[in-house]
Design a binder for this molecule. Structure first.
Ligand SMILES: Cc1cc2nc3c(=O)[nH]c(=O)nc-3n(C[C@H](O)[C@H](O)[C@H](O)COP(=O)(O)OP(=O)(O)OC[C@H]3O[C@@H](n4cnc5c(N)ncnc54)[C@H](O)[C@@H]3O)c2cc1C
Length: 466
């Protein structure tokens, strides 16, 4: 991106549609570049799929789902730094994931000091109690293949098969798929190894786990997501001369001669020199004419699909968990976060969040059925929970949480540039190379901002027509 700063509006006006991380990061990058920005958000609050709300009964901030970032998420952490809020998150200095099975056996997946990647994982992996020696050796060899692989060279073949098929071809047992490969695949790709493409599964391990000593270090917010991201981004945009319009949905793009001239909100038409659409792929067609939505450029995105996440929030009357978080094996709990500890909440009670990714089985379940399933599971992992009282139990289901990385799905992601000259796309689902994550959303926002600046500068340098 051009780094030179200009006075607000000097480069023209850009309407950004959608106030999720993609739209917010695009808007923040654009105001930095002297572009006059108007951000339209349909809902009365910002954040999109990453927001928090105040629980009326406990008065605590509850995220719509536990959001974790990794050390390799440089665009996301860069965005938090731009907003001045990075220090409200915790990022591990060294990877450390406690992994507990239903019998209470605890293993540690951690980085050894001083060893370079990927050797830094070997000592803890050798001691990992949840896999036998044979599985460990085979898993080690598969990791080595992944580490050395040029996945772009093999992209077509890898996108054409599931990760599980690839793992099976590389000698992985069912147990290894469940215990090891799904431990990383489920939370990063929000689907199991049986559903994701080998290409994206390998990407998650290459970039997320094996790339560098700190690439898999786990980070999370110590405040609610709305305070962390939305409030700070709104302040940033408005303090840099931009405008944020909440409760304002775009209903149609006004397009003439392959150029967007404005955005219709149903109440008014906002004139625009450029437009960033940062809405999900299934909203975009509503903004286009039926002919354009069916155009061979836009149409592939209609084939993307959603995958669900279920978050369960439990308040106990006393502490039952010691760690900040842990992964639970052979259990529907998957990952449990100690929100009281992470957020420094006062006692005497304790607030835990259970995060269930790829929650195909659990998303249709009623709250009482989930309660009947989850509480005994928590008692299994945290014996103190058996004698504690549950003071509050909330379920937050996000059926449209992330786009699926099934085989072939990468071909349905659209690039930032569109056939409509000054319409630019952003969103975690666009072609960033990343799965549906905050990192992908911010990358897309920044790529979109670069495109907008390029388009505005090109328009400014065109001779005026007589
Ligand atoms: C429960 C849950 C847990 C998650 N956990 C993680 C995690 O641990 N780590 C991680 O990295 N990612 C996680 N994610 C994914 C992450 O939240 C998303 O990838 C990211 O927030 C997507 O941002 P976005 O801006 O691309 O899209 P969105 O957040 O969907 O933003 C789109 C915005 O457009 C608005 N909009 C829609 N239509 C219109 C319209 N017509 N006019 C104006 N505005 C409109 C929407 O209201 C929304 O605000 C999780 C997601 C969920 C749901």
């Amino acid at each position: 991106m051009v780094s030179e700063l200009r006075s607000p509006g000097a480069r023209g006006h850009c309407v950004v549609i959608g106030g999720g991380l993609a739209g917010l990061s695009a808007a923040c990058a654009l105001v930095d570049q002297g572009v006059q920005v108007t951000l339209l958000e349909k809902r009365p609050f910002l954040g999109g799929r990453a927001y928090s709300f105040t629980d009326a009964e406990t008065g605590q901030e509850v995220d719509n789902g536990q959001h974790v970032y990794l050390g390799c998420c440089t665009a996301y952490t860069g965005f938090l730094q731009q907003l001045g809020v990075f220090d409200r998150t915790t990022l591990q200095r060294r990877l450390r994931i406690p992994v507990v099975d239903r019998k209470g056996k605890v293993g540690l997946f951690s980085a050894a000091p001083f060893l370079p990647a990927p050797l830094h994982l070997i000592p803890s992996f050798l001691k990992f109690p949840h896999l036998g020696l044979r599985d460990k050796v085979r898993a080690g060899l598969a990791m080595l293949s992944i580490h050395r692989m040029d996945k772009e060279k093999n992209r077509e073949a890898l996108e054409g098969q599931t990760f599980r098929d690839w793992l099976k071809q590389h000698g992985q047992s069912d147990r290894s798929c469940d215990v090891l490969w799904n431990l990383i695949t489920l939370p990063i790709l929000n689907d199991s190894v049986s559903d994701v493409s080998a290409y994206m599964g390998i990407m998650a391990f290459q970039d997320g786990l094996l790339h560098g000593r700190n690439s898999a270090n786990i980070g999370y917010s110590r405040v609610g997501l709305t305070e962390l991201i939305s409030d700070a981004a709104k302040d940033y945009i408005t303090q840099h001369g931009g405008q944020v319009l909440l409760g304002n949905a775009a209903t149609k793009l006004i397009i003439t001669h392959s150029n967007v001239t404005g955005v219709d909100t149903g109440l008014e038409v906002l004139q625009a020199d450029t437009v960033v659409s940062a809405v999900p792929w299934d909203v975009l067609p509503e903004l286009l004419s039926p002919e354009l939505a069916a155009d061979r450029y836009f149409a592939p995105a209609n084939k993307l699909e959603w995958s669900p996440i279920v978050g369960i929030h439990v308040w106990y009357d006393r502490p039952v968990m010691e760690e900040d978080f842990l992964a639970a094996l052979d259990s529907p709990l998957q990952w449990v976060f100690n929100k009281s500890r992470i957020q420094g909440l006062p006692g005497p009670g304790q607030y835990l969040c259970v995060s269930m990714s790829g929650a195909w089985e659990h998303a249709p379940m009623a709250k009482e059925a989930l309660r009947a399933m989850v509480l005994p599971e928590l008692e299994q992992v945290f014996p103190e929970a058996a004698t504690a009282t549950v003071e509050r139990f909330i379920v937050v289901k996000q059926l449209a949480a992330t786009f699926r990385c099934t085989p072939g799905a990468q071909a349905h992601r659209l690039p930032q540039q569109t056939p409509v000259g000054n319409l630019v796309l952003a969103g975690d689902w666009t072609q960033t190379g990343w799965p549906a994550t905050m990192e992908s959303a911010v990358r897309s926002g920044r790529l979109a901002a670069t495109e907008v600046v390029r388009a505005l500068d090109a328009a400014l340098s065109e001779p005026a027509s007589s």
